[in-house]
Design a protein around this ligand. Structure first.
Ligand code: CA
Length: 447
């Protein structure tokens, strides 16, 4: 356990001891039989979340994460002792240099010095399962929960300020740039997944063909600020705190939040290698239960100041705490006049305006695969293959079991694998029952 995590853990353990002592002073000795002392602060007592027969097969797992707000539940589950609560005190959360490294590390697995899984953009777990981004090596994965919604944005360099390039804009601006030889360069953090989809959707919905009018490139999230500062790109799409930092450092402004494009949209996911999960089914559930508790902790706005102070630390994001507070509290200065102060537009981890954030809707996996086909990242045959994988890759059944076992109220457990019809900012609808209609309705596409 890194020193900071250990410090947090020991501090939390001290808090448990303190609460037990207080209970004793008040004439209520800890009830050994019911474990009342554990109930006073259950999230930090090793093994306290386990019932008979639930002891995980292993006490450790190696989980990768990227330094963006999406990863907060993984970091909090570790720091706050939720993994330990479910019998896995030795889980290691490991920062990945970029998404390519995250993919390479899950490809080799923890046995080869890599990881067992962790945080993913969608549809990476499908592309890894089918070998599309792993040189044909098929490494089956399980998607176990969604980590968050919102908390991402499209940032533009200052030179585009004052040109009305916001959520909606006149496509002529991009045509003029192309005609003048200054083609617009837009970056995302990994190709053919969330960040590329958000930037493509935003451009195409405004009438700009991203393949015709824009140069698209890959830049790791942590390099976006420096690269935009030196003029290497006009725009990038990534998770906070990076878009917010662009404004804080007066390098650019935010054109659109991902939640502007699609309120309560699916963002990033927790997924594991299938072979690890099949070998360790109880440990899989322990990890998921710990993450679900961490998501609830992260979702509580009373905890968000502390969340910012934890994840801003050098060993996690390594950014000033202040640039995290805005996105975590739903306070955005977009840098071009528009100011937002609305918790509903913050990054959310457990519940959002559509219901459960954590539950992995199969209908969302289908949207990511359909959008992949829209841009021909998956050709027709690959799209059909990937769609057929949804019921085996998406393990919403395990999510439901875990939710029931940790006492999540039935009202908070979705009853359908589909969230139903989704609507985007330009009025386009995605009906999971008819993805072909969506493909017909979007105007700019490669199919
Ligand atoms: Ca993201």
């Amino acid at each position: 356990m890194p020193s900071f995590q250990r410090r947090q853990f020991l501090f939390a353990m001290g808090a448990v001891a303190g609460s037990v002592a207080l209970k004793g002073c008040m004439g209520n000795p800890p009830d050994e039989k019911s474990g009342a002392s554990k109930q006073s602060a259950p999230n930090v007592s090793t093994g306290s979340g386990l019932k008979a027969g639930e002891e995980p097969e292993v006490k450790t797992a190696k989980l990768g994460y990227l330094p963006i707000v999406e990863s907060a539940p993984l970091i909090i589950a570790s720091v706050k002792g939720f993994f330990a609560k479910y019998g896995m005190p030795d889980v290691k959360v490991e920062k990945q240099a970029n998404w390519g490294a995250a993919r390479d590390n899950v490809k080799i697995g923890s046995g080869g010095g890599g990881t067992d899984g962790g945080q993913w953009q969608m549809p990476m777990p499908y592309l890894i399962t089918d070998g599309v981004i792993t040189d044909g090596n098929k490494i089956p994965m399980y998607v176990l929960c969604q980590l968050n919604t919102q908390g991402n944005g499209i940032a533009l360099a200052n030179k585009h300020k004052g040109k009305n390039v916001g959520l909606k804009f006149d496509p002529k601006y991009f045509a003029d740039l192309k005609a003048s030889g200054n083609r617009f360069k837009a970056a995302y953090t990994f190709p053919k997944s969330n960040q590329e989809f958000w930037i493509r959707y935003w451009l195409a919905a405004n009438g700009v063909d991203p393949d015709e009018m824009v140069d698209l490139l890959t830049v790791p999230a942590s390099q976006t600020v420096a690269d935009m500062k030196r003029g290497a790109m006009d725009a990038f799409s990534t998770g906070d705190p990076w878009p917010n930092r662009i404004v804080a450092e007066n390098i650019g402004f935010i054109s659109a939040l991902s939640g502007d494009l699609w309120p309560s949209h699916p963002e990033e996911y927790f997924a594991l290698r299938k072979d690890w999960s099949d070998k360790n089914p109880k440990a899989t559930k322990a990890l998921l239960k710990a993450l679900m508790e961490a998501q609830q902790w992260c979702d509580n706005f009373d905890n968000r100041k502390e969340l910012a102070s934890i994840v801003s630390q050098r060993e996690y994001f390594g950014v000033p705490e202040a640039v995290l507070e805005g996105p975590l509290m739903g306070r955005y200065d977009m840098g071009e006049g528009r100011k937002i102060d609305d918790r509903k537009q913050a990054v959310l981890y457990w519940k959002d305006s559509k219901g459960s954030t954590s539950y992995p809707y199969q209908s969302h996996d289908l949207w990511f695969l359909t959008e992949s086909h829209r841009w021909n990242f998956l050709d027709k045959a690959q799209y059909e293959t990937a769609k057929a994988l949804i019921p085996t890759v998406n393990r919403e059944d395990i999510w439901k079991q875990c939710a029931q076992e940790i006492g999540i109220p039935a009202a908070d457990i979705p009853t359908s694998t589909s969230r139903g019809i989704e609507e985007f900012f330009d009025g386009i609808k995605f009906d999971p029952a008819n993805p072909d209609t969506y493909l017909k309705d979007v105007k700019i596409k490669r199919v």
